[in-house]
Ligand binder design. Sequence first.
Ligand SMILES: [Zn+2]
Length: 247
Amino acid sequence: MLYNKSMPIKEDEGIVLRSIKIKEIDKIVTIFSRENGIVKGVAKGALKFNNRFGSSLEPLSHIKFIYYEREGRELFVIRTAEIIKSYFEIQRDPKIFEGFSQMVELLEEFVPQRVKEETIFRLLKACLDATSKGIGIEFSLLYFKFWLLKGTGFLPNLSRCKKCGKEGGGFLSPSMDGVYCNDCKIINTIEVTDLTSKFFSFISKNPPSNLKDFEIPENERLKMENLINELILYHIERLPKTLGLRK
Ligand SMILES: [Zn+2]
């Protein structure tokens, strides 16, 4: 369908999550946009030699783009896109790229399409910036998962006992809605160590770039990762799959 004047031209900015080749010369691009949340558009001719998109549609590029919607069609048409920040160094490093691929998958699980989620948009952007400035991908990923759970309302308070209010670690409740201290625990579930509790309290008050100030032994980091992954798995299994009802 060609463009006609009844289709308003809009502008947004966003981070490219995925780019898929179609019909040899076009791309379908999934973008986490600041104004409209996760959206999908087609970039016509994006694979032609010397095309107008350049490298702007590479995954993880932060771009400004101009698009229009087509009536009754899910995909909008991306007319132009330009790079605000490329993150080439992240795209090139397989280990770091793999970490961000996990973030993209989680976004697609937790964030419904076309719902503005500016806080989570800024979270992804902050993790990209922190990683490009040298914060380890394992810490950026932990930070991202923590805030994704918090931002979508699935993170229990991990720094005080749900029953008596005592600060510090404890054991996660079976329904994953809080932590119980040693005196109040019902059964042994996943342990939340004092360091874990302290670390999560730190990341709830600091940007990811401040993670460089926090020393974590590898075995403790693995415990934190395990804890956050258990919370994520627990909630993913319970998310209704119908779009719009997932929050
Ligand atoms: Zn207690």
